[in-house]
Design a protein around this ligand. Structure first.
Ligand code: ADP
Length: 171
């Protein structure tokens, strides 16, 4: 199994509209993750359906209502998608992003530091949970999501100057 992984992250409309992409992205750069793809886009309903249901199986995991309110929330504006690369990047990024419910996300995680919505509040108000960022859950999701959001020609290989320390390999 390769230890250098690629993961998809998407800054959701709440992050874009709050103007906090830069400060959050810097957390990933500081941890030594490499940006290998980036774009701003406003995807269609079908694009999100594929992302959240065909790949993410969200309806069976969270229910139809959670799915519907999440898609409405995602349709509220443009998002910014990144592919990040690094050692065990998928689990590292999930750790940095924190739990789905911001109320439960620990301080120090992105969702814990930048949001506080609870499942109960979202449910009572029929809204999706604005929790800043999407991050691939596992290797299979990451592969499918990257192929869904990015074409081959939109992904790049290059060397970071700090790679000696962040992606150390056998000589
Ligand atoms: P994660 O984004 O942590 O991988 P899921 O894939 O289960 O979590 O859910 C996708 C997104 O849908 C969540 O990040 C959140 O924005 C929204 N969501 C999930 N469950 C609910 C819910 N019960 N009510 C409202 N929004 C939800």
């Amino acid at each position: 199994m390769a230890t250098i992984e690629r993961s998809l992250i998407v800054f959701k409309p709440d992050a874009v509209q709050r103007g906090i992409i830069g400060e959050i992205l810097s957390r990933f750069e500081r941890a030594g993750l490499k940006i290998v793809g980036v774009k701003m886009l406003q995807p269609s309903y079908d694009h999100y359906f594929h992302h959240y249901e065909n790949i993410g199986k969200m309806i069976s995991r969270r229910g139809q209502k959670a799915f519907d309110v999440t898609l409405s929330m995602m349709n509220e504006g443009p998002v910014v998608a990144f592919v990040l690369e690094g050692i065990e990047a998928i689990s590292l990024i999930r750790k940095m992003v924190g739990a789905t419910e911001p109320k439960s996300a620990l301080p120090g995680t992105i969702r814990g530091d930048y949001a506080h919505m609870s499942f109960s509040h979202a449910d009572l108000n029929d809204v999706g949970i604005p929790n800043i960022i999407h991050a691939s859950g596992d290797a299979s999701d990451a592969e499918q999501e990257i192929n869904h959001w990015f074409s081959e020609s939109e992904l790049f290989s290059y060397e970071l100057t700090n790679e000696k320390f962040t992606q150390t390999k056998k000589k």
